[in-house]
Design a protein around this ligand. Structure first.
Ligand SMILES: Cc1cc2nc3c(=O)[nH]c(=O)nc-3n(C[C@H](O)[C@H](O)[C@H](O)COP(=O)(O)OP(=O)(O)OC[C@H]3O[C@@H](n4cnc5c(N)ncnc54)[C@H](O)[C@@H]3O)c2cc1C
Ligand code: FES
Length: 1251
């Protein structure tokens, strides 16, 4: 492998090429990481299994693709069949080719052709340089010492030397993988002047089998431990390896492979984090720690570190861990380990456990019992008393009953900061014990079937954990007409124009730009208070910091520090008052980011708290704190309708916010040009024109001095518009003051704290309906949490109202929408713009009606769906033909009814695991509501060598707009795509471009590109007619000779959209995108965990310009939607401080979260006269379909509740996390939380909320 500039990675193995050709990169920012993971795997396993592939990607995140195309690229290296072979004929159940070709249309299921891949030639594989290997082998073993500015790093080679060092520097941590010390130093302000790296010491790397077990060196990596245990399990009899199996169970999901490859066994134990997945199981299994200090050796049990500080158990600062001894298990001894985390893989546990029981020989009498918990509490806990009390008891349900009661009594769980889920953790503790009880009972039966009954068959499935399997997928789209010219790329699955560059790492993002002479780095200083007066800002200490150049405040802004797009201002620097935690108060510029960051921490701001502090929607309502105007839509006569309905239900739902979590954080480089106040801005933004406008206004210079350039954006999803402009102004003010280039790249933590996200939402609704399922009246009120400044919150509220009907005709409907003004960071645009929330509300009351009427949700959906051309609630005419087609096709393709029957059967046969299914229709209106917001322009130059340079106002942020625009220009100019180049979007080439938002980029810019190309072609027409057999180059040369201009602009005026909010009617949308999704899930009722089994999506996107790009958008948006509705949870303190500041606390979907079977079909072409080549804008629509998973989960929970005869009505909020699922699958364990008492035998469910 070769590393060239910046992120560039060139591997010998052709994974990069395959990743690009399989459409595995969109914004491309995650792509080098994916390449590295798979490259490492392929180097070690040239023909990996699909399991290895999945494991290799478990630690990588992608926010764009939904992972499917990345896995497609991986599959091309797997030799095994990846077909599920579930069909009787041995075919994959997703293989729909049988019925695909029944109909007239010519459809295709392949988005890439393997023939285009370079053949695999292992002989061309780069080898590890032998010279380096020789150097490593022959290196004299000597101590290495590196001295940095603040830190000294020492790597000894012998144990004695290490013990000497530890005696000299007792406070110095031993660093092996640095996965614990590193984050503490980087994120938690911990500082260690001396670090000791013991990884080269042989004693810390031992592997020794002894008579009673296995001894492993403390510096062994977790991956190595995993391999060693796997081999040992294969080698020894099952009876001896139960401890190994339990430890291995935890290692499979501990971190990702990248973490396990570096993190050490000893580090995990000794860092003694409550989140260690290993300590509880090692402690329960009587594992021993071999400790050493200068002149002393001793052994303690891992369980002793649970009683740290008691007796002789404290590990002293001078002591180090040499090795860990893991014993063999004995006859009659059973060991298990459990964990539940916010995401199945690569997530720290919410609660984990290690449990062991040893029976008196040949009996089920407990001789020794150990129960250890972790994750749940600030220190790990041992249920010692419980274990003592139960010793001597038989392994039966009475023992189980008592065990649960005792555990809950013994273990007090203090709720830690930001952590209200104590009941969930307690439920998990007893549920884990129950699972252990079942496992052991089953094992006893295997040992002696005559004496031990084992467990009921319907309980058996809960003993299997969910596993991540290589997903199978199919994508179906319509082939281009066979008569279409082979050169014409429109309608074909063309690879992303930057795909190869993404994969090789050559694609340049802001932080890859070479440094400019004298460049400074900026670190913002943000408010730590939600609402306070700034009493003073003391920068004296910060200014003394190494490399610090200046501290920039509001006083340095030459002109506007505030912008009034509505009543309340948007603010660059807080001046006298702060209105949220994370607001920028000032900024440090220094010669490096590290220096700037260190100095930023030294700025002292004195605050005086102001009242009120409003964080939630409820508090905003209480204080009447709203952004104006409030909006209302009404049709029919709602009050009268409620008089005549058979039933009325009322409900409420809360939907949490969501962070954009674009992989490229907010990034910009500002370069003053030194003349005429000109400034070049290189910004990761969706809206260069607004960046230019805000920066110009803040500096007090005309916009024509500010040039904003955007090559590509590493993901945006709505999060890089206005607020990016404010950040760019911070950097521009700094550059203006210092006359230096300034680079501002937010760390992930700063990005999450400073930037808002999707609006948290609360809806109250009242629905009137007939017994036959017809909904005739809806009265609702929506509140969105806008945060501290207006941004686009009122618009989001409006859109949530306009799209609230989703696919349904409700004759009498009234809804209000309020944008709450609170002291959170300002919430902003996010893919779907209010519809993901209001659509979920609608589908929730649809489901409530189903529950009440006893009809199925899909029946209620069908009954109320738009059926003919009719008016929406704002009086725009809608033709729902394609909505109905999508619905019917999705029903058919998903085999909904037969799967529903199969699910019912599964649920009858499985008590603790349940499946659920849901199908959801979607109408996604396209439009920006105002004509001028959809105007667009393009500029096309033809050079005399015939090459074409194209630009337009759209921004490439992964959605493939430039690829599509080149496809358009290629068709229009009738030249191959290879002759057309796109360089960058810039305010210098296309002025006043609108933001690339609202799925509109391709539609509007495509029109402008087409216009420009047609202008050029018109000019060339006489020359072509004169020389029809000439080549493109002939015509261009001739045109130049004839002084024909070879440069043209193209323009699109925008759509004729309007909305009259006074009258509550209008034509705010130009057309509608339709779709439907069916999802199936399986839940574990004991933990609330779930697995996405299958999703089938059918989408009407008109005539796709590029099916690979469009399907990628649908899948990526769908998976992001799954994130919103099922896992992404933001947690704040009661003072408004965000706790979930990075990937370890905030979980976005990973590879393990995508459906095991995933199918996307594009509806056969339908005409759309409003967009380029009858296509439809598709960037956002797929997002909402993620809620089919939410409703499938709800269906599974309903199955549980019906079986247990629990209350029929129950409310679920979004995200529907494991905690909520567990709480709603009420049983004896959840019942215990109220009084810590099991109210009935635990062998049977206990109902705590009977109707
Ligand atoms: C992204 C991520 C995900 C993770 N997920 C999980 C998870 O799911 N479950 C889980 O259990 N853990 C998880 N971890 C934690 C990880 O397993 C531990 O951080 C790791 O095992 C520590 O090993 P290390 O070699 O990196 O420790 P280092 O950071 O190098 O050191 C850790 C500490 O241990 C001490 N230490 C190390 N070796 C010795 C020794 N021989 N003698 C005495 N003291 C020693 C050091 O002084 C230091 O205080 C995760 C970590 C990360 C970063
Ligand atoms: S392509 Fe993976 S994050 Fe954008």
């Amino acid at each position: 492998m070769e590393m060239s500039a910046g992120r560039s990675v060139v591997c010998g193995i052709s994974f990069q090429e395959r990743l690009a050709k399989c459409h595995g990169s969109q914004c491309g920012f995650c792509t080098p990481g994916m390449v590295m993971s798979i490259y490492a795997l392929l180097r070690n396993h040239p023909e990996p299994t699909s399991e290895q592939m999945i494991a290799a990607l478990a630690g990588n995140l992608c926010r764009c693709t939904g992972y499917r195309p990345i896995l497609d690229a991986c599959k091309t290296f797997c030799k095994e069949s990846i077909c599920c072979q579930r069909k009787a004929n041995g075919k994959c159940c997703l293989n729909q080719e049988d019925n695909l070709f029944d109909n007239e249309e010519k459809v295709s299921t392949s988005l890439f052709s393997a023939d285009e891949f370079q053949p695999l030639d292992p002989t061309q594989e780069l080898i590890f340089p032998p010279e380096l290997m020789r150097m490593a082998e022959n290196q004299p073993k000597r101590t290495l010492v590196f001295r940095g500015e603040r830190v000294t790093w020492i790597s000894p080679v012998s144990l004695d030397e290490l013990l000497d060092l530890k005696a000299t520097y007792p406070k110095a941590p031993l660093v092996v993988g640095n996965t614990s010390v590193g984050p503490d130093m980087k994120f938690r302000g911990v500082f260690h002047p001396v670090l000791i790296a013991p990884a080269r010491i042989p004693d810390l790397n031992v592997l020794k089998y002894t008579n009673d077990g296995l001894t492993l060196g403390a510096a062994c990596s977790l991956s190595l431990v995993k391999d060693i245990l796997t081999n040992a399990i294969a080698k020894f009899p099952e009876e001896k390896t139960r401890v190994f199996c339990a430890v291995l169970q935890q290692l499979r999901t501990l971190g990702g492979e990248q973490i396990r490859n570096v993190a050490s066994f000893g580090g995990n134990i000794i860092s003694r984090k409550s989140t260690s997945d290993l300590n509880p199981v090692l402690a329960a299994s009587n594992c021993m720690l071999n400790l050493a200090s200068k002149g002393q050796r001793r052994q303690i049990a891992v369980s002793d570190i649970f009683a740290d500080g008691v007796g002789n158990n404290t590990i002293t600062p001078e002591e180090i861990l040499v090795s860990i001894h893991i014993p063999y298990s004995r006859r009659g001894e059973y060991v298990s380990a459990f964990r539940q985390a916010p995401r199945r893989e690569n997530a720290l546990p919410i609660t984990n456990a290690g449990m062991r029981v040893l029976f008196e020989e040949g009996t089920d009498i407990i001789k020794d019992l150990s129960i250890f918990y972790g994750g749940a509490v600030s220190t790990r806990v041992c249920a010692k008393q419980t274990c003592w009390t139960l010793t001597g008891r038989h392994w039966n349900e009475q023992m189980l009953d008592e065990a649960c009661r005792l555990v809950l009594k013994e273990i007090a769980l203090p709720g830690s900061a930001g952590d209200e889920n104590v009941d969930y953790k307690k439920t998990l503790m007893v549920s884990f014990f129950y699972r252990f009880f079942l496992e052991v009972s089953q094992s006893l039966k295997t040992m002696d079937p005559c004496h031990y009954p084992g467990i009921p068959v319907e309980y058996g499935s809960v003993l299997q954990d969910f596993k991540t399997r290589m997903p199978q997928s199919i994508q179906i789209y319509q082939d281009v007409d066979p008569s279409q010219s082979p050169q014409d790329p429109v309608g074909r699955p063309v690879m992303h124009q930057s795909g190869i560059k993404h994969a090789t790492g050559e694609a340049v993002y802001i932080d890859d730009l070479p440094s400019v002479d004298g460049e400074l780095f900026l670190a913002p200083v943000t408010s730590s208070r939600a609402h306070a007066k700034i009493v003073s800002i003391d920068t004296s200490e910060a200014l003394k910091g190494a490399g610090v150049f200046d501290v920039i405040t509001a006083h340095d802004v030459p002109a506007a520090n505030e912008f009034h797009f509505s009543d309340d201002p948007e603010i660059i620097f807080a001046k006298n008052e702060v209105i949220c935690v994370g607001q920028i108060v000032c900024a440090v510029v220094a010669d490096s980011y590290v220096h700037a960051k260190q100095a930023a921490a030294k700025v002292k701001i004195e605050y005086e708290m102001l009242e009120p502090v409003i964080l939630t929607i409820e508090e905003a309502i209480k204080h009447n704190s709203f952004f104006e105007p409030k909006r209302k839509l009404e049709q029919g006569n709602v009050d009268e309708a409620f008089e005549t309905v058979d039933n009325i239900i009322e409900g409420e739902i809360c939907i949490g916010g969501q962070k954009h979590f674009y992989m490229e954080t907010q990034s910009m480089l500002v370069v003053p040009k030194g003349e005429d106040k000109e400034m070049d801005l290189y910004v990761s933004t969706q809206h260069p024109a607004v960046i230019q406008e805000i920066v110009a206004a803040s500096l007090g210079v005309p916009a024509n001095r500010i040039m904003c350039h955007v090559k590509r954006v590493g993901g945006a999803f709505g999060g890089k518009i206005l607020r990016t402009g404010l950040l760019a102004s911070v950097a521009a003010v700094a550059a203006n003051k210092t006359s230096r280039a300034v680079r501002l790249i937010l760390s992930r933590e700063d990005d999450m704290v400073i930037m808002g996200g999707r609006h948290p939402f609360m809806a109250k609704y009242k629905v009137g309906f007939m017994n036959d399922g017809r909904i005739t009246a809806v009265d609702a009120i929506y509140y969105i949490n806008g945060g501290c400044t207006p941004d686009e919150s009122v618009l989001v509220a409006e859109v949530s109202l306009l799209k609230m009907d989703n696919a349904y005709k409700i004759p009498n409907l009234r809804c209000w929408a309020y944008a709450c003004k609170t002291n959170l960071p300002s919430n902003i645009a996010f893919r779907g713009f209010g519809f993901p929330q209001s659509g979920l509300v609608t589908e929730t009351w649809i489901t409530d009606v189903a529950d009440k009427t006893g009809l199925s949700p899909e029946k209620i959906r069908e009954i109320n769906m738009y059926k003919k051309s009719e008016q929406t609630h704002f009086k725009q005419t809608l033709d729902p033909q394609n909505l109905i087609r999508c619905w019917n096709e999705c029903m058919e393709k998903s085999a909904y009814y037969s799967r529903r029957t199969a699910i019912n059967e599964f649920n009858k046969q499985n008590y603790w695991k349940k499946r659920g299914i849901a199908i959801v229709p979607m109408k996604f209106p396209f439009g920006l509501g105002t004509p001028y917001l959809s105007q667009a322009a393009a500029l096309v130059h033809i050079y005399t060598d015939g090459s074409v340079l194209l630009t337009h106002g759209g921004i490439e942020m992964g959605q493939g707009i430039h690829t599509k625009m080149i496809q358009v220009a290629s068709r229009e100019l009738n030249i191959p795509m290879s002759r057309i180049h796109f360089c960058e979007t810039s305010t210098t080439t296309v002025p006043n471009a609108c933001a690339s938002v609202g799925s509109a980029g391709t539609d509007v810019n495509g029109m402008a590109v087409k216009d420009a190309c047609q202008t050029l072609l018109k000019r060339l027409q006489p020359i072509i007619e004169k020389n029809p057999t000439g080549t493109w180059n002939d015509w261009i040369r001739e045109a130049f000779k004839q002084s024909v201009s070879l440069s043209a602009t193209g323009y699109f005026r925008g759509y004729n959209e309007y909305m009259d909010w006074e009258k509550g009617e209008g034509h705010p949308f130009t057309y509608f995108i339709f779709g439907a999704a069916c999802s199936e899930v399986e839940i574990n009722c004991l933990t609330g965990d779930h697995k996405n089994l299958r999703t089938d999506i059918v989408m009407d996107i008109g005539c796709s310009i590029n099916p690979a790009v469009d399907i990628g958008q649908i899948e990526g948006a769908f998976v992001q939607g799954v994130g919103l509705y099922t896992m992404e949870e933001l947690k704040y303190s009661s003072e408004g401080v965000l706790y979930t500041r990075g990937p370890d606390q905030y979980k976005i979907p990973a590879v393990c979260d995508i459906p095991e079977q995933f199918s996307v079909s594009l509806l056969s072409p339908s005409q759309n006269p409003y967009a380029i080549y009858a296509s439809k804008g598709i960037g956002e629509a797929g997002f909402f379909l993620g809620c089919s998973v939410f409703f499938a989960l709800r269906d599974a929970v309903t199955g549980v509740r019906n079986e247990r005869e629990l209350k029929k009505t129950f409310a679920l909020n979004s995200p529907l996390t494991a905690e909520q699922i567990r709480a709603n699958c009420a049983d004896a364990f959840t019942g215990m939380m109220a009084n810590n008492e099991a109210s009935s035998s635990l062998g049977h469910i206990c109902v705590d909320d009977k109707p």
